[in-house]
Write a protein that binds this ligand. Sequence first.
Ligand SMILES: [Zn+2]
Ligand SMILES: [Zn+2]
Ligand SMILES: [Zn+2]
Length: 320
Amino acid sequence: MSTNKIIKNITEGIENYSIRLLYQEESQVEDLRRQHIKYVRNNVSVSLDSDFYYDGCDCTDNCESSECGCKSTHGYFYNSQISGLDPNLVQSSNATFNHTIYECNSLCACSNQCQNRLVQHGISLPLEIFRTSLCGWGVRVSSSYTNNQRNNQEKDVDDQVVIKQGQFVCEYAGEIIKTDEARRRWRSYKSDYGITDNYIFCIREHIGKDRVLRTNIDPTRVGNIGRYINHSCSPNLRMFLVRVNSIVPIAALFATREIRENEELSFDYSGQIGMGIEDEKINNNEEDSVSKNGIIVGERKPCFCGSENCCGYLPFDESL
Ligand SMILES: [Zn+2]
Ligand SMILES: [Zn+2]
Ligand SMILES: [Zn+2]
């Protein structure tokens, strides 16, 4: 195996932790720099006026009481011991959990330490981007972090758990764009930049009976660590929607199970998504383009996730 070269931090210091990148050939980094031109921490709204402030609470107890206006209005799903969601809510078998998470926001009286603020604080783990054998770039918890932990504990721990079940990992953040812009970009990415992977994530939230709020997140050129996380048909992360100060939802990734060191992080692009929403990285409404087993027929790329129930192909949104 060729030795890794390291870029110590690709975030330009805007995340809580450095995110390092391991690579073997300079050309790999050149390709990446041509595609991903700017690292951002959160979604960037290009054309939408998205500021929208929800009523805040007036708590002075870090929102520990159930009287908290935010918790009583929108529910409370976090577990502060885990820095994440309650474990039983994130299990893939739990399909009944169907809420958007509303965190305390800038109108709330509570402090930054309030238990109802989590995703807004950003990533809580040192992640690293590395070359996978079959799937290009991938993301895992940095091995330097687990080595440090091991030294500190001074005992031999094999397969150390580095992410707890339910723990918040990172957002999937990029530019928020309108649907026709998403289509235009997808075509231009192919022709102008030779980018054949689809990073544009389309989220549809059903509001009431027949209203749908569609959010398109494009991290292709301007995005965060989320764009490097690969698809898996048996993923260890699941996406939930979180709102803080904006009508634009944050697509937040939480661990569905304990994740051990050196495990690659993954989520299912095809709609194993929390909060009763559908994403359109695969799903679209043209039924005749969907084969019986739900695989989109057309511009498909093979999936190399290696899981037992792998469906063989990467999800693809033909509405783009
Ligand atoms: Zn409160
Ligand atoms: Zn609060
Ligand atoms: Zn609040």
